[in-house]
Ligand binder design. Sequence first.
Ligand code: NDP
Length: 601
Amino acid sequence: MTTPIPPLDHLDTGALREKYRLERDKRLRADGNDQYVEMAGQFAAFLDDPYTSATKREPLFDDTEVILIGGGFGGLLAGARLHQAGFRDVRVIEKGGNFGGTWYWNRYPGAACDVESYIYLPLLEEMGFMPRRKYTPAPEILDYSHRVAERFDLYRKACLHTEVTELRWDEEALRWIVSTNRGDRMRAKFVVMANGPAHKPRLPGIPGIEKFEGRIFHTARWDYDYTGGGPEGGLDRLADKRVGVIGTGATAVQCIPHLAQGTMRLFVFQRTPSAIDVRNDYATDADWWHAQQPGWQKRRMENFTALTSAAQVDEDLIQDGWTQVMSKFLRVNTLGTNGTLSPEAVEEADFVKMEAIRARVENAVEDRDTAAALKPWYRQFCKRPCFHDEYLPAFNRSNVTLVDTGGQGVEAITETGVVVAGEHYPLDCLVLATGFEIGTAYTRRSGYDVIGIGGERLSEKWSRGFATLHGMHVHGFPNLFVFNRDQSAHTVNFTHSLDELSRHMTHILAAARDRGATRIEATAEAEQAWVDTIVELSTINRDFLESCTPGYYNGEGRMNVEAARRGAGYGRGPLAFFEVLADWREQGDLSGLRLTAEGEA
Ligand code: NDP
């Protein structure tokens, strides 16, 4: 079941185009991504871990075969695939107090995956695990990530609550020296950077944010001591509190229904409304689950990735908002082109779909002004689509007020509240649902720089232009594997891509082991050829992105299109990219990588 699609004939597409333009123009701002402030210096405490206290340990100076940076699904999958291939000397370094990555940090009430859990949770067949719901709640995902870590023996050498501060290549010793904030200087033959693409919370640079004297926290560091309750809701300590939420993206959409229930007064400060489609969550049907045949999960993941990346496929195994919208209507935008639909036809389908989204607001929200303000006026994939069935009705509660900022955002924060359009809203607590750094430099987000051969810094190399082979290897930085989306696969279901990258990396390390190789480096020629391929096949659509309301999909309205083309995913789509990797492995000569054994020049 998805939102019903109204007929096209009553739409004035010219007027809609103009309305979208006006709404975008209202939001364009000169500072783009610089409107956000790094959580560092006076704001560093925003990043403190509210969930687990760190335990003391002595610094480590030992030698490990493979160090995995990041204990989210990237590190877990890399660890699992390495374990399956017989690698036993593997250490995960994780800044959180346990495994889980984004699910360790994002424990806000209502958090749940909004990609189907049967494909989002990797290794389900290997683990023999059945998620309890189609979109399973965050605590189950976090618990599952711990099970994966246990199953593949990743706790034994793990360093939790440990942040890498520098990676430095020692060409003599053929080792990476890994420095951390715990005083470690560990050595590793190989390092996998599975930091995650968007894990650093961002702070809106609203004047006065440092002055607020009530309780203030980011959704990725939820303060349950203050709010009471837990990830499933029941925020009982807010019953006498006035709470404000800044932001209305995918996170806010999930936590606002719980805040609405728990607070005395809730003010939602909105800059741009999200598009809220039907979620239609349900408990897993155990009979259906047990009837699945071996290999089902990979087939299902591939089916979803095909449907959400413009690949031609007849069957829809998932049947949710993602697959229905992306497979039927939206095949020409940032995600790629499709030979069967003209851009005009796709734009029309987009208008129709967004009209249905707006009609859903109209039906769900009683107050006319509130309903009008909650309607999104942009093309669907200008922003990440949201799927929720309780968000819009939350605005019908008498204790909930939508404060629409007319696209301008919150004007100022004072000691006691928030100012919008000159009006002061007194608050006891301010929740920042303002998202994560995306457009900032890779090394600023990862929190460390990587120093390769001859002292070259990865930050400097990439400031001249992003360059990799297969998104994973970097010339000048031997024995290093990077998991990311750029020059790799852009998938809606990120864990699908992480699994493919993990298998690929494991294949290369196993091949190196078989050949007695101790050093692996991408050649400059192979790296350049891959960059050229990415740029040539890039489907980044300047017109589409420029027509969009600002957000992280278009560099907050100030997209550097050339840089975006260079950092694009493989233009023929993620499944084609996985095939490129599979063919490369099949070929067997590890072309583009130079492998050398100890003592070899
Ligand atoms: P987003 O970046 O999507 O949203 C940030 C929100 O803060 C936007 O609504 C933004 O408005 C608003 N904002 C920023 N500055 C101001 C300001 N000065 N005044 C008022 N509003 C402001 O972050 P989220 O945490 O919601 O989501 C980030 C990503 O996390 C998602 O896109 C998704 O990839 C992931 N996620 C995944 C989930 C899952 O189930 N798998 C669930 C939740 C999140 P504006 O739009 O105008 O910029």
